[in-house]
Design a protein around this ligand. Sequence first.
Ligand SMILES: Cc1cc2nc3c(=O)[nH]c(=O)nc-3n(C[C@H](O)[C@H](O)[C@H](O)COP(=O)(O)OP(=O)(O)OC[C@H]3O[C@@H](n4cnc5c(N)ncnc54)[C@H](O)[C@@H]3O)c2cc1C
Length: 288
Amino acid sequence: MTPLNRFEIHQPATITEASRMLLEHGEEGGCYAGGTELLLALRHRALQYQHLVDIKVIPGLNSIQAANDWIDIGAACTHRDIERSPLIREKLPVVAEMESHVANVRVRASGTIGGNLCFAEPHSDPATLLLALEAVVRTEGESGARELRVDELINGAYSNSLEPGELLTSIHIPVLLPVQRAAYVKYQIRERPALGLAVVLDTPDGGATISQARIAIGCLCPFPRRSAAAEEMLRGSREEVEALIPQAAEVLADDAELIDDNEGAADYKRHLLGVFLRRAVARALDGA
Ligand SMILES: Cc1cc2nc3c(=O)[nH]c(=O)nc-3n(C[C@H](O)[C@H](O)[C@H](O)COP(=O)(O)OP(=O)(O)OC[C@H]3O[C@@H](n4cnc5c(N)ncnc54)[C@H](O)[C@@H]3O)c2cc1C
């Protein structure tokens, strides 16, 4: 196995200090959280940093808190922290459930939610669900703080919109309204998921009708996305919605620029979308 090149680890006490360190080291420096992607990328020389800024040591970056009708998750929280958090399990069980199926327990114990989103690896589970939940990510850097939607942060495969020295610091997720039901389903046969699909359905009458739908898909395209046209089709009585699922899945596939990759061919992913959209709607409405 190719050995790692030498690097120096810096441990900032604050976000401001971390940001300054990243700016100071420029292209030779990178942010280091759980290291599950970063160390692989360094080993394969896909990234070449001589200076790593370890953000896990910054106080407060790994907290999970409730604020009004939002849950705030620090960017350095690991998948395992989120999966096991009593607050997330109570207020956003769909997030705890999704996190419990990310990778394997070793990756979940080190890998962070911030690292997952910033690395923008296309086969990401959290990004797809967070997009459907209309989560907002907070970033901090030299020029101040910003709040972005997930699809503003992730702007391509392995690409994010962070500026030099800017860090993702937290993720704010709105708690679902009493009329909202959410589900995340995934399909995986290899190391990374081939499909991730999240729905958030507004049903004022306990599942008989759907007044509004949000659908996000990921893993089968370069970055997660929603489709307004497909969402529009999933409105009406449950029977009407179920009848339109095959067409809505085709619209999702057309809008998504499905790709052929290690996880499967684009045509196969198109087929998976129909199967898993039906499962996601049933799971959201029936809790099955
Ligand atoms: C074997 C394996 C299986 C996996 N399976 C899945 C899966 O099923 N589903 C899934 O969703 N993911 C999967 N992953 C991805 C995993 O979730 C990520 O590896 C992990 O969350 C990345 O977090 P990290 O803290 O290790 O990031 P790091 O490796 O430390 O960093 C990744 C990148 O993000 C940058 N970065 C990190 N934190 C920040 C921040 N706060 N602000 C700015 N930049 C930052 C780093 O500079 C680096 O470029 C898998 C990974 C592996 C290795």
